[in-house]
Write a protein that binds this ligand. Structure first.
Ligand code: CP
Ligand code: NVA
Length: 332
């Protein structure tokens, strides 16, 4: 199957569907499964918040991952992903082990494949945040346990699960609604395109022509009848939208970011841009944010912003992803 962005010999679909229940990307998990995960995330949030502190261990679904462990490998920095996954597995009764590339043998040349084989003997799931998607696929191809994508240069699916949950928490079902992206056509934009297909909403992406979202992913979405529009005009994208989203101008590991500031300045989300959106539009940002660059303080700290709920929902959405991977019978 032809797939761009992937090393020859690594077939994303084959790896995703063979063996363990990997959560590699939103185009590689079925629509019904993704919906189950979002609904479980909402219930997990309600259950966790409803239970008094001392009763939380007994709140649904209890501690189903007692005795299990999640290894998290970081090639890039993280605040939210690291803490929310560690808390997520902990709230489900399991343990987290963090490995950083430079302080593990990965930093001294041990292969991803050997790391996958060894970790599979110790832990029950592996989360990886890395640069190239090929490393994620190589890990999954050689692991006997579920592998979860904690961000690559190409996608960030766990974040979008939290984002869909956040939209629905504030505005009801996302199907049929309009989401506008204004900024770099980066890893977040790519996962938003996957989500537009899987959750059936309209996505309008405004990006500089020099920094477009990957054309193969846009084509993939359009082949599936998705309403995914790409424009260079942010006002056009945002017009009447139910949700406005942006992201940093320079992503982690961007080696060719000279000029991004000039290219992306017209895509900054400010009060005037939010004025083009629907009156009750919400603003989302995966964070970390750079106030005054991709978004003004007036917007991110203003009444339309739901970024703190969005950050919290990483925790609950990821509990649902962990249950889906490790205890799927308990998800519903
Ligand atoms: N949004 C997100 O993934 O944040 P971190 O880089 O802090 O994990
Ligand atoms: N596009 C950003 C997302 C950070 C969560 C990056 O890759 O750095």
């Amino acid at each position: 199957m032809p797939d761009t962005g992937v090393a020859p010999g690594l077939d994303r679909h084959a790896i995703a569907t063979a063996g363990a229940r990997h959560f590699l990307d939103l185009d590689l998990v079925g629509q019904a499964e993704l919906r189950r995960i979002v609904e479980a995330g909402k219930r997990l949030k309600t259950a966790w918040r409803a239970a008094a502190h001392e009763e939380r261990a007994g709140a649904w679904p209890g501690r189903p991952l007692d005795g299990m462990a999640l290894a998290m490998i970081f090639e890039k920095p993280s605040t939210r992903t690291r803490v929310s996954f560690e808390r997520a597995i902990g709230q489900l009764g399991g343990d987290a082990i963090v490995l950083e590339r430079e302080s593990s043998q990965l930093g001294r040349g041990e292969t991803v494949a050997d790391t996958a084989r060894v970790l599979s003997r110790y832990v029950d799931a592996i989360m990886l945040r890395c640069t190239k998607e090929e490393k994620l696929l190589e890990l999954a191809a050689n692991a006997d346990v579920p592998v979860i994508n904690g961000l690559t240069d190409r996608t960030h699916p766990c974040q979008i699960m939290a984002d869909v949950m956040t939209f629905e928490e504030h505005r009801g079902p996302i199907a049929g609604r309009a989401v506008a992206w204004s900024g770099d056509g980066n890893n977040m934009a790519t996962s938003w395109i996957h989500a537009a297909v899987q959750f059936d909403f309209e996505l309008r992406l405004a990006a500089p022509p020099e920094l477009p979202p990957p054309s193969d992913v846009v084509d993939w979405a359009r082949d599936r009848g998705a309403r995914v529009h790409v424009t260079a005009d942010p006002a056009e994208a945002v017009s009447g939208a139910d949700c406005v989203v942006t992201d940093v101008w320079i992503s982690m590991g961007d080696t060719d970011a000279a000029g991004h500031h000039n290219l992306l300045a017209p895509y900054r989300v400010d009060g005037a841009m939010m004025g083009h959106a629907s009156d009750d539009a919400i603003f989302m940002h995966c964070l970390p944010a750079h106030r005054g660059e991709e978004v003004t303080a007036e917007v991110i700290d203003g009444p339309q912003s739901v970024v703190w709920d969005e950050a919290e929902n990483r925790l609950h959405a990821q509990k649902a992803i962990l249950l889906w991977a490790l205890a799927p019978d308990l998800l519903d």
